[in-house]
Design a protein around this ligand. Sequence first.
Ligand SMILES: Cc1cc2nc3c(=O)[nH]c(=O)nc-3n(C[C@H](O)[C@H](O)[C@H](O)COP(=O)(O)OP(=O)(O)OC[C@H]3O[C@@H](n4cnc5c(N)ncnc54)[C@H](O)[C@@H]3O)c2cc1C
Length: 323
Amino acid sequence: MSHPQPAVPGSASGEIELKPISRVAPEKPLRDVMDGAHRMEIKCLDHGFVALVDAMPRLVPEGQTADAAIVQAARVSYGQGTKQVSEDRGLIRYLLRHRHTTPFEMVEFKFHIAMPIFIARQWIRHRTANVNEYSARYSIVPDRFYTPSMEAIRKQSTGNRQGGEETFTIDGSDPDQSATAAAFLDYLHDAEAQYQKYLSLTQRGVSRELARMGLPVNVYTEWYWKCDLHNILRFLSLRMDTHAQLEIREFAQAMFRLLEPIVPVTMEAWRDYELESIHLSKGEIDAIRAHQHGVAPELSTQNKREAAEWAAKRALLNLQPPA
Ligand SMILES: Cc1cc2nc3c(=O)[nH]c(=O)nc-3n(C[C@H](O)[C@H](O)[C@H](O)COP(=O)(O)OP(=O)(O)OC[C@H]3O[C@@H](n4cnc5c(N)ncnc54)[C@H](O)[C@@H]3O)c2cc1C
């Protein structure tokens, strides 16, 4: 049975006639922002890596960087108004300072990453990325486990419940500490020994989706991770920060190093206005003002953590602590 065609405005036949595609050649020759590389990789931890596998824009006019896509998008929104901040670098720095974020979303990067599962759990919290992960239901988990070197085993922090800080003394001067560090590595090796059981149980017919349950969280997983630059900067702010776990910081720093030559103007601005900047609360500004009038720069707070944060900022600003 034939159905009547829905009426399409402007078309007697019901079909829309599209005009031909017009192709516009670039004004200048184009260059690949990855300089022709198939992937650009930095190794992390013992078996991990961050590899940049693609970028948008991939091609930019010769003499430019991928920062050009941010400027291009911003100029649409500002139009003639950009004449006031006519220079591209100035415009990008202005956008970043004023949190005009959407132009930064016009640039995207795709990474291939291998990291231990406990790091992947932290990473996946960054929800704005597109992720496709290795399936341990479909395939056997490779035999790769993260083991920190003995010198790098950290003690529980006393000031921060969520962190580790100084490492164990393993030079023999404190036998207790050496023994504890060695016991920690034994504990990891015991967990890894489960891998042979995992393999043999899958060979005896246990499904991979169940057999994996006994594997420890220091086993490596892999994913493709695609994200826009605005949200990558947010990821880097949180994960390059000293409050983030050391292991994920290594991955974040590797990502920063890969992107720095591709979007150098943005990364320089982000370094200036975010990474190496500090935010001041009203109370902190009041304390600085008081200090200028000869009063000790004291923050009025009962909160220990806020007081410690102020002490760190005060040291950075070279303000004398209260007597
Ligand atoms: C040092 C550190 C310690 C942490 N400790 C813990 C912990 O103990 N427990 C824990 O659970 N998490 C913890 N986290 C994770 C943290 O709470 C965030 O989940 C993570 O940092 C991602 O931040 P985000 O949500 O801003 O990022 P993204 O998910 O990338 O989101 C970016 C922004 O987009 C918006 N957004 C995205 N998705 C949504 C949504 N569905 N609904 C509304 N808004 C959305 C929000 O404005 C968000 O800020 C920790 C993170 C760090 C850096």
